[in-house]
Design a protein around this ligand. Sequence first.
Ligand code: FER
Length: 291
Amino acid sequence: MKLYRQHDIEYRGTIRRVDYVSTDAEGVQVNKYANVYLPFGYDEDPEKKYNVLYVMHGGGGNPDAWLDSSLIKNELDYAFSEKEAEPFIVVFPTYYKRGAKADQKPEAGFEYGNEQIRFFQKELREDLIPAIESTFRTYAEDTSFEGLKASRKHRAFSGFSMGGGTTWYAFTDNLDIIASFAPLSGDLWAIEMRGGQTKTKETVEYLVNVIKESGYTPDDYKIFAATGVEDIANPNLTPQVEEMKKYPEFFRFSEDLSEGNFHYILQEGYEHAYHRVAEYLYNFLPYLFQY
Ligand code: FER
């Protein structure tokens, strides 16, 4: 893995805010926003279209959490100005409907968090992606289901911790409109919480069934997973990844990020923190939209 340290960069992107309306689990309308990183030069060519990466925070976070807690913006500016990756748009939303303070309910524990990150998939599909991709110049011809499906290889999802869990759910629930996934320090909780560890076989069978039912082939999706040896997600995610390697007809594992459709970084000494996972994501940036 390439480590990342802060650089001085002349050509920097900008952060904008997009407000949109969504619906909570009771069907009540809620006002929401996401932070949107627009790469340097976005305003220069009105014809140019951009790929979009959606990046979810961890438990207790908000749309600012990644930007406040890591070098992610500096990494994006650097990768784009050094031409390591084609410039793309990055969206930082939240899965909370009313903010972490009102919604987190620590007494409800992780079970409630698991429900929220799954319920977010509906918002992602019906509200967030349409709001973003009707505002900025993306590859979606329009934001109808057909428009999103046709442009799925221009759309990626990533996230840290509960956001890593959100990323696995984006795979299980929104594979028809998103093609690339970078789950960071989080496993799939579709069977149960920490199911990557406790229900490894069933968790991976669940993923495989999603792919079988979708009809997509390994050329149609990519997974870039990562965590640290000292990360609390390591005991959950590593067994899941090892089990996925047993299904090479669906997950073509490769150490080379430009080959195969399934990758794993397990970084020595790294713990459960935004600035750590931001370095994994930096390594994945050049490959997210390479089809
Ligand atoms: C995981 C480890 C930790 C995970 C989520 C967490 C979805 C969340 C921790 C927290 O919010 O404190 O494997 O997967």
